[in-house]
Design a protein around this ligand. Structure first.
Ligand code: ZN
Length: 471
């Protein structure tokens, strides 16, 4: 199946991964039935005559251009793709690169974008990229510090830098040092923190990948409520799951593939198979998007997790660790559930916060002695669980007073450490031990789509009968 997808990928690279600007004739959402549909017929054809995938000569990458108030690095990339189209041949799909979700100054999702291309006019492409960055970055944003990189190749040092930016907190100076060492063209605006993500995206390697098709709103609609037929989103999910995921959250009856912020994103469809993503897109009725881009991405691959057993547990890093439950779970105000674990002989506090909803029921059912593997980010010395693999449940027993074999009455305690005694005839006996049935079944559990991190691999992607996917 995956081979088939990989074979299909180049086809989608070349044909129809970028929707063009929609017609601007009507700025309101139209209510006649047909025109709600996205204009998928308006697909730009990049190089329909050639289905050649070559080594890219130039990778343009950028990060940290958006703010809480608006804009979006992927939108900038989408506009840039259109502008450089006359000068360059795209190589493969543009890449949406998620980095360490714990990065302190990240903008919303900590995503950078890299565009791989062949061009005979690299200077012009760089100039257009810089102009687009200046035009479409929210430079007023306090934490917006755009970075733009144009690399002629991806070296082993750049691949390393990508892996570091995915799993560690990297400093701006580290990025600048490597850019200088490798002689790579770059521009950083303000503090230039985006150079970290831009350089990491240029060096990104995806041992595993998924896709996201992101649609963008027309500028005149930015900041307004997104017009969408909710039933159509549910229907699209039903028709394409499990090849697409995280469009809706069933337990909460909520649509989760569309933001509520004033940025240009209309919605994003995630999945393993571009064919099913397009199918979902065609089923969704919404306001007309301005454009759409299909990205190749490291989302949903768990590539941010550092595996145990010998790992040092550092702050702001994400791990996969096999641990033993050391105490009963407890809950604090607000519905956050904590449980003490032991990892490699050391105590490790783990948490399932309120937004993880029913995932907390699994955590509440843990008992001392259970063997589990936990996945999640360590912040404030606590591992925030994203996924839980219950490997082995401990047997839990309770001690009970036995019945007197002579009088058939329940015995009473004869005092601390003295066992039990029948009050009537004086017969003595030890306590009875009774095993309690465990409600928790071994298997894999995960947080719901509404609480999922971009990088976390949804269990539906595993072909594992032990998995309990949260949809
Ligand atoms: Zn008795």
């Amino acid at each position: 199946m995956m081979e088939a997808l990989c074979a299909l990928a180049p086809f989608f690279c070349q044909l129809g991964y970028c929707l063009g600007r929609s017609r601007q004739k009507d700025h309101r959402m139209r209510h006649s039935s047909k025109t709600h549909l996205l204009p998928v017929c308006q697909i730009y054809i990049w190089k329909s005559s050639k289905l050649r995938i070559s080594v890219p000569q130039l990778t343009i990458s950028m990060d940290d251009t958006d703010s809480d108030k608006g804009l979006c690095t992927t939108y900038l990339a989408a506009v840039l793709i259109e502008r450089i189209r006359p000068l360059a041949e795209l190589v493969g799909l543009p890449r949406l690169v998620r980095l360490n979700p714990c990065a302190r100054f990240k903008t919303r999702g900590n995503a950078a974008v890299a565009i791989l291309l062949n061009t005979s006019r690299p200077d012009d492409v760089r100039e257009i990229a810089l102009q687009t960055l200046l035009e479409l970055s929210d430079l007023s944003g306090e934490n917006t510090n755009p970075g733009l990189v144009a690399a002629n190749r991806a070296t082993p040092a750049m691949h390393d830098f990508y892996r570091r930016a995915l799993t560690e907190i990297v400093e701006i100076q580290d990025a600048v040092d490597l850019l200088e060492e490798e002689g790579i063209w770059y521009r950083g605006l303000k503090k230039g923190r985006g150079l970290i993500g831009a350089l990491a995206a240029a060096g990104a390697v995806f041992p595993d990948h998924t896709y996201e098709l992101v649609t963008y709103r027309r500028r005149d609609r930015w900041g307004s409520r997104r017009a969408m037929k909710e039933e159509s989103v549910w229907a699209a999910d039903a028709a394409t799951y499990p090849h697409t995921w995280d469009s809706v959250d069933y337990a909460q009856r909520r649509i989760v593939f569309s933001p509520h912020s004033p940025d240009p994103v209309l919605f994003g469809i995630r999945g393993d198979d571009p064919g099913y993503i397009w199918k979902a897109l065609r089923m969704i009725w919404s306001e007309e998007p301005e454009r759409a881009v299909l990205y190749l991405t490291n989302q949903g691959t768990d590539s941010h997790l550092l595996p145990g057993p010998s790992t040092e547990i550092g702050e702001d890093q994400s791990f996969y660790l096999e641990v033993t439950v050391a105490g009963l779970p407890w809950e604090i105000e607000g519905g956050h559930v904590f449980v003490q674990m032991v990892y490699d002989g050391r105590p490790l506090s783990c948490a399932a916060f309120e937004p993880t909803k029913r995932f907390r029921d699994v955590v509440r059912a843990l008992r001392p002695g259970d063997r589990v593997a936990v996945c999640g980010a360590v912040r404030g010395k606590t591992l925030n669980m994203e996924k839980l693999d219950v490997l082995d449940v401990a047997s839990v027993t309770v001690k009970e007073a036995p019945c007197c074999p002579v009088c058939l009455r329940r015995m009473k305690s004869a005092g601390r450490g003295q066992g039990y005694r029948c009050r009537r005839c004086g017969t003595r006996a030890a306590a009875l031990t009774r095993q309690i049935a465990r409600a928790l079944q071994p298997g894999l559990y995960e947080v719901p789509p509404s609480a999922r991190r971009h990088l976390a691999k949804p269990l539906i992607r595993l072909d594992d009968p032990r998995a309990h996917p949260s949809r």
